[in-house]
Design a protein around this ligand. Structure first.
Ligand code: HEC
Length: 404
């Protein structure tokens, strides 16, 4: 049993690896097919004499020529096998949800809950998380079924504002990284639910109608088209969020929710440019505007940091109280006379960080184990963020002052 208990964190790490790997692969397959069909539809040659054919396309790939026809209606005889492209979406969502459990729910204390933001218990945190996933779909679906959908500008602005408000609340409920991931999980849920609840049922309706030789439900087709377009735009913010954990200067910022909104806007703008270009509308100004937006954002986030480094006010970026809290929550759960971390009866390596003097006595160890390397916390079991490591580093660089 003891062996199993010690193995548990490693099992979690490996499960994380396997599921994350899978998640990325099926995610690429999903987004890849969706981008491909989007592109295909926009590049079809529609100047054809044959009225049964809506458009055709020639391409060369994988050692052969491909000749694709898009029909104007259903086929006269149905092929033996019709490919649907739905499992990419479903398996991406399912593996994403498993990751949310593995990485966040099972480590809720350290990685989801940030006591400096909000001191909630694990159960409440998970309930909030699930409510956000379900709630975001219900609100979005409601808006899609309301008359708002007929005014695409107003619809877009409303969805964007609601998502931003959601992001704001998430940053006030969870730790910053978890907040970002939850925005991504909500958007991903909307995308997968669009496929499951609207797009695939509409295609099914189309196939059934063709087999029964009746007209398909037009409204279903229109809704499916709308949802596909939404998914197409949402993809960019979602992909940014999925890689955002590499960029603590985004999620670790004081106005992280605003930064996320801004980056999403830029991503959607770039997507918009390509969608318009596919319709042969060349709005070239969009790209420089998006680039300037990104540069301005970089300046806004970075300039205060440069100023801090240059002047003697470097200390203003942290207080000793903050440093103490980082060590208490990220290290002190194990390195204490009475460890509170599951499975630890005694302070590991005999190291204790219970008070200021303990911490000062061990500066070298702290530096070598958690700044020069990320050996500690082991397996980052307590979910130490890059931002926190930077704070510790700055503090030690400044001579480990304890009076600010
Ligand atoms: C989950 C429990 C846990 C947490 C959290 C943790 N440690 Fe450790 N720490 C250990 C264990 C176990 C060892 C002994 C490792 C060994 O013997 O190889 C250790 C050893 C150390 C050592 C001695 C290493 C050596 O080889 O001399 C230092 C220094 C250290 N930890 C610093 C930290 C710092 C700083 C943090 C927070 C950023 C931290 N630890 C968080 C479990 C933990």
């Amino acid at each position: 049993m003891d062996f199993l208990t010690s193995l548990y964190p490693f099992i979690l790490d490996w499960l994380d690896l396997i599921v994350r790997w899978f998640h990325i692969i099926v995610g690429i397959a999903w987004i890849g097919t969706s981008f491909y069909f989007n592109w295909l539809d926009s590049r079809l040659d529609r100047d054809l004499k044959d009225e049964k054919i809506d458009g055709e396309l020639w391409s060369v790939h994988s050692g052969g020529f491909y000749h694709i026809n898009k029909l104007n209606g259903p086929p006269t005889t149905f092929p033996k096998e019709l490919h649907w492209f739905k499992w990419e979406a479903y398996s991406t969502w399912i593996s994403g949800f498993v990751l949310l459990i593995l990485v966040y729910y099972l480590n809720a204390e350290s990685i989801m809950i940030d006591k400096n933001v909000n001191d909630i218990n694990v159960f409440i945190a998970i309930v909030i998380s699930l409510s956000f996933l379900l709630g975001s779909w219900l609100i979005y679906d409601f808006l899609c079924k309301s008359s708002l959908i007929n005014n695409s500008l107003l619809f877009t602005i409303s969805c964007f504002l609601i998502a931003t408000i959601g992001a704001f609340f998430l940053t006030k409920i969870f730790g910053s990284r978890a907040a970002y991931i939850h925005v991504g999980a909500c958007l991903g849920t909307i995308m997968a639910a669009n496929v499951f609840r609207v797009i695939i049922p509409s295609q099914k309706n189309m196939v059934d109608a063709a087999l029964a030789n009746v007209k398909p439900d037009l409204q279903k087709g229109i809704s499916a088209k709308n949802r596909s377009i939404h998914n197409n735009y949402i993809t960019l913010p979602v992909l940014f969020i999925m890689i955002s954990s590499h960029f603590p200067f985004t999620y670790g910022h004081k106005y992280n929710w605003l930064i996320l909104a801004f980056i999403s806007l830029i991503g959607a703008l770039v997507r918009h440019y390509f969608n318009l270009r596919n319709k042969k509308q060349h709005k070239v100004w969009i790209l420089p505007v998006a680039s300037i937006g990104m540069i301005l954002l970089m300046l806004y986030v970075s300039i205060p940091k440069i100023n801090n480094k240059d002047s003697n006010t470097a200390l203003a970026t942290f207080t000793f109280n903050e440093v103490e809290n980082i060590i208490k929550y990220r290290c002190g759960v194990c390195h204490a006379n009475k460890p509170t971390f599951d499975g630890y009866e005694e302070p590991p390596a005999g190291l204790v960080f219970d008070n200021t003097q303990d911490i000062l006595n061990n500066i070298d160890g702290i530096k070598s184990q958690s700044i020069d390397s990320d050996i500690m916390p082991p397996g980052n079991l307590t979910g130490m963020t890059e931002n926190e490591r930077q704070k510790l580093a700055e503090w030690i660089k400044a001579g480990a002052p304890i009076n600010n």
